[in-house]
Write a protein that binds this ligand. Structure first.
Ligand SMILES: Nc1ncnc2c1ncn2[C@@H]1O[C@H](COP(=O)(O)OP(=O)(O)OP(=O)(O)O)[C@@H](O)[C@H]1O
Ligand SMILES: [Mg+2]
Length: 218
């Protein structure tokens, strides 16, 4: 299955989610390839750091630029799970990955500038479905405030209901330092000692990859 983390807004947590989900799958014993299509190499750098660790399951990495359609479909024949990290802008990589992917998650913060970009993403996904009609698309609130008195996440979720091509994910990822630590260390939150982050990442992974209480469903 090809999962794309994509969006037109920079810094919304795409690479953070891509690396955390890759680590989560690796811990579950799945054969996972992380494909970095962004010249910033955030995901590839995370894999480089992970390679220096001992005792963690491997996450393989590939880097592809430009039209990535054929590369992704080809890599999906060789790995159980392919996770694609696309940079935060409208690009050839994002558009061609949308045509190759089975699922796309668009992380957004619950803030006006981020939410505004969802309208054009809605158009890009509609366009991609012309060639990739079974593409599943979800929008996810990332970096949500952990302070319960801040209601931005609820308001944002309501606004996102209006999108025709994307459905809101049932999962929410909060703003937590542990995600930055995990990125720095080449690990996933599932490998670190923070129950809340582990739980929210497991909920997201469960939505994407199926019931995760026991064995992962194929
Ligand atoms: N849930 C989170 N909690 C705390 N910090 C986060 C979280 N998600 C991402 N960050 C931090 O926010 C910054 C941007 O995250 P990230 O690189 O994942 O975004 P991105 O969408 O991949 O950005 P780009 O569009 O540039 O590729 C990083 O410093 C990252 O560590
Ligand atoms: Mg990134």
């Amino acid at each position: 299955m090809i999962l794309l983390l994509g969006g037109e807004k920079g810094g919304t947590g795409k690479s953070t989610l891509a690396t955390n989900l890759a680590a989560w799958l690796a811990v579950k014993g799945r054969d996972v390839l992380l494909v970095d299509t962004d010249v910033q190499r955030t995901a590839a750098n995370w894999v480089d750091r992970r390679h220096l660790l001992s005792g963690v399951p491997a996450v393989h990495c590939a880097e592809r630029r430009g039209n990535v359609f054929h590369a992704l479909r080809d890599l999906a024949k060789r790995y159980d799970e392919v996770i694609v990290d696309a940079g935060g802008r409208d690009s050839e990589e994002l558009r061609t990955a949308l045509v190759a992917a089975h699922q796309v998650y668009v992380p957004l913060r619950a803030s006006q500038p981020d939410l505004e970009t969802s309208l054009h993403m809605n158009e890009l996904i509609t366009l991609a479905r012309g060639m990739n009609p079974t593409l599943e698309a979800r929008v996810l609130i990332s970096m949500a405030p952990t302070n319960p008195s801040i209601k931005e996440t609820v308001d944002a979720r309501e606004l996102l209901q209006e999108l025709s091509a994307l459905i809101p994910s049932a999962a929410t990822i909060s703003e937590r330092k542990v995600y930055r630590d995990a990125m720095t260390e080449g690990r996933g939150a599932c490998e670190l000692d923070n129950d809340k982050a582990r739980a929210e990442m497991a909920a997201l992974a469960g939505e994407i990859y199926g019931d995760t209480d026991g064995e992962i469903q194929p």
